[in-house]
Design a protein around this ligand. Sequence first.
Ligand code: S3P
Length: 190
Amino acid sequence: MDQGPAITPQPMHNIVLIGFMGCGKSTIGHELNKNLGYRLLDTDHAITRQTGKTIPEIFEQDGEDSFRQLETELLEHLVAEKTSHHIISTGGGMITRPDNLPLLRQLGFVVWLSCTPEDILARTSRNSNRPLLQCDDPMAVITSLLKERSPLYEQTAHIEISTSGLEFSEISCGILESARYHFASQPDPT
Ligand code: S3P
C-alpha cells in the first residue's frame, strides 16, 4: 500500500544546552533567558519537581537507570507537546541513552558546552548534589566519563563552545548569534 510521502518531524525553536557537569549549562541558561526572553527549563529541576525527590535521593532510592528513564520520558513529553521558545538545560548524562539523541536534535539548536577537566573538578567540588562525583577520586571519574561521553556530545550538538577562559556573557552572545543563524534557515513552527 502507498504510505504517501514520508513526514519529516519539524524541528522546534528551542536552544538545548548539553555538556558535562560543571560546564556552565545552568549559568549560561540563565544568561540566555535574560537576553532572549525564552523560558528556562532545567531537566534536573523538572524531574525533581515531578518526583518530589532530589537527584541524590533518586539515585540512592531508585537507581541511576530509573533516573535515565525519567530523563527520556521528559524529552519525549517535550517533543510530544511541541515545546517551543525555551532554553532547555539538560543533565550531563542526557546523551548516554541513544534514544535521547534524536529527541534532543528535534527539540532545536543543540549547543555542547565543554570545559577542561580541571575546571569541572573546581566547579563541581563546591557542592555534593552530584551522586556520580561523590567518591574518593572524582578526577578519575571525570576523566573516564569525559572520554566515554565526548563523542556523544559531539555527535548530538550543532556547535561546541568551550566555557574555559571565557566570560559567560560572551558565551551567551556567541550562542545567540549562532542560534539566530540556525533558526533563520528553518520555518518558525508557531
Ligand atoms: C549527571 C549530571 C547532573 C544530574 C545527575 C547526573 C550526569 O546534571 O543530571 O547528577 O550523569 O552527568 P548536571 O550536568 O546539571 O550537573
